[in-house]
Ligand binder design. Structure first.
Ligand SMILES: [Cu+2]
Length: 398
């Protein structure tokens, strides 16, 4: 692929150089330094160029129609969140406008390029300005764009507004190179404070275990959400900028080190319901067709075949945050409220996980493992907790 790209670039560069020398020759001819010869376009040349304009117009239209028919089904399909329809509506209106304007303006552009193609002896008409025309072509785009922007702002405010009195479930999303963790706020619906300085052992999110709000918090590596409940995500990052992207829920928010960002949505289809939808079954069948072909190739080489694909919601990172950015994802499962409750009860709190980890007898020799070495120097961790004032204590409240 790289070789092909290099060849294409070299060919394009040589064409550009060739054209440049031709332009140079032409300027010499115009200035009377050399004989113009056959370099100046004839009426026949101009006619060919004029018709080629129509050819190019047809090419643009055919490519657009071909793209829509062949790749149109790659769009995300039915949104899985309550606000998703608003995002899709805004997107669809924008698409329709772009298609309409593109179709009309390209047709006019190419038609006029053909109509006023060069003719021997014809000189251009000097045309200074036309206030009426300029007014029309300035006001129409201004009104249309203002409408789009206002509608976008209205949708954004709607989606981002969270009523503090509303019954929402607070969940933290924690981004780091290159994985995600989620923390449930527990019975009290308040996340305990957290800071990167408190990260130690099983406390991978740096939760302040002395905070009463932290006692019932639960940390998981697979995010489960109850259908029909509004979730308020509080988002943090341990290291660099990441972006919490949940495409099926039409949700995205930056994860910024040193601050808490938020996004909320209500899941409206369980994972099982989404798997049952017609468009999703078609998508999955298509992916499995590709996998089956690839598996046949692998088996022929004596390698193990690929597993068949089943659909799952995903939390992805949408900021290029480092070498393994592409693999930074967490599975999201939307359950019925009952299933969610049952799953949630099987998870232990972070407080009991920390307690269990601290209670483990030190069987290894001091200094043989990093964890033991750290634990055997009590002054080290104590100094962090007592002396160092955390710079950006993330106060995470509802
Ligand atoms: Cu990332």
């Amino acid at each position: 692929m790289t070789t092909l790209l290099v060849i294409v670039i070299l060919v394009l560069l040589s064409i550009a150089l060739w054209q440049l020398t031709k332009i140079f020759d032409l300027t010499q001819a115009v200035n009377g330094i050399t004989d113009s010869g056959t370099q100046v376009a004839t009426d026949k040349d101009n006619n060919i160029q004029g018709y080629l304009m129509f050819g190019f117009l047809a090419f643009i239209y055919i490519l657009t129609i071909y793209g829509l028919l062949n790749w149109g089904h790659f769009v995300l399909g039915t949104p899985a969140s309550a606000h998703g329809a608003q995002v899709d509506n805004l997107m669809n209106i924008t698409w329709v406008l772009i298609f309409f304007v593109q179709t009309v303006t390209q047709a006019l552009l190419h038609y006029f390029a053909f109509k006023y193609r060069g003719r021997q002896g014809q000189t251009a008409l000097y045309f200074a300005d036309n206030d009426k025309l300029e007014f029309v072509w300035s006001v129409i785009p201004a009104v249309v764009l203002a409408g789009l922007i206002l509608y976008g702002l209205y949708a954004w405010t709607n989606i981002m507004f969270v009523d503090e009195d509303e019954d929402v479930m607070v969940v933290e999303l924690y981004a780091k190179q290159f994985s995600w963790e989620a923390r449930y706020s527990g019975e009290d619906n308040h996340l305990g404070k957290a800071n990167v300085r408190y990260i130690e052992g099983v406390n991978t999110l740096g939760v302040d275990m002395s905070d009463p709000n932290a006692q019932d918090d639960k940390v998981v590596n697979e995010l489960h959400l109850p259908k029909g409940k509004k979730i308020l995500f509080k988002i943090r990052s341990q290291d660099v900028l990441h972006s919490a992207y949940m495409p099926h829920f039409r949700a995205q928010m930056n994860c910024v080190p040193g601050m808490v960002t938020q996004f909320s949505f209500e899941p409206i289809y369980t994972t099982a319901e989404m798997r049952d939808m017609g468009f999703m079954q078609e998508k999955v069948a298509h992916i499995n067709d590709i996998r089956a072909k690839k598996s046949a190739e692998l088996v022929a080489k004596g390698l193990p075949p690929l597993d068949p694909y089943t659909f799952d919601y995903l939390l992805l990172c949408n900021k290029i945050c480092g070498a393994s950015h592409y693999n930074m994802q967490m599975k999201i499962v939307v359950d019925t409220p009952e299933d969610f409750k049952a799953w949630y009860e099987t998870k232990e709190t972070l407080a009991s996980a920390v307690k269990a980890a601290n209670a483990k007898p030190e069987t290894t020799e001091p200094g043989s493992a990093p964890d033991t070495a750290k634990a055997s120097v009590p002054g080290d961790t104590a100094s962090v907790k007592q002396d160092a004032k955390p710079v950006a204590m993330a106060s995470v409240k509802k």
